[in-house]
Write a protein that binds this ligand. Structure first.
Ligand code: SF4
Length: 154
């Protein structure tokens, strides 16, 4: 089978589009990980590898919460209560939602980014710099969250 020729113009266009999206995000005051899925996934992998971010599937956590409880010296029930949704690094302010929605949409303005946020309870992790899910957790958890409109200082 004959291989399709590589379109260097498409590659250049995609790179330029990605670069422009990043510049636009930074100009709007948005974290780059909200505008670039590759940066987001790289930072998320760091959270998984080094900060026990998980569980991979909150509906099927296996031993995740048992393992989470050990370093804190708490019960599994307490570990289960220490989710991103109540972490002081979890930003669910309207300002951050605007950034996340814009990043999910990219150039596809018919995409409903807010629906993804609602279903997965997505917020932005200020400590590890990626979009995390409210039902997960990690070892960097801090009590007192989430960050809402009233908490933002800028
Ligand atoms: S620091 Fe908080 S918001 Fe960030 S991944 Fe850990 S528990 Fe979630």
């Amino acid at each position: 089978m004959k291989q399709k020729p590589i379109s260097y113009q498409n590659i250049i266009n995609n790179c330029m589009r990605k670069y422009i999206n990043l510049i636009e995000a930074v100009e709007k005051g948005c974290p780059v990980a909200t505008a670039d899925i590759d940066i987001n996934l790289k930072n998320r992998q760091n959270a998984i590898d080094n900060y026990h971010y998980g569980p991979a599937n909150p509906d099927m956590p296996a031993n995740y919460w048992k393992d989470s409880a050990k370093p804190w010296g708490v019960s599994e029930a307490i570990a289960k209560s220490m989710t991103c949704s109540v972490c002081a690094a979890f930003d669910v302010s309207d300002t951050m939602y605007d950034c996340i929605v814009a990043g999910i949409q990219g150039d596809q303005k018919t995409v409903d980014g807010q629906a993804s946020i609602n279903i997965a309870d997505i917020g932005y992790c200020n400590f590890l710099h990626f979009k995390c899910a409210g039902s997960r957790s990690c070892t960097a958890w801090v009590s007192g969250g989430p960050i809402d409109n009233k908490d933002r200082t800028g």
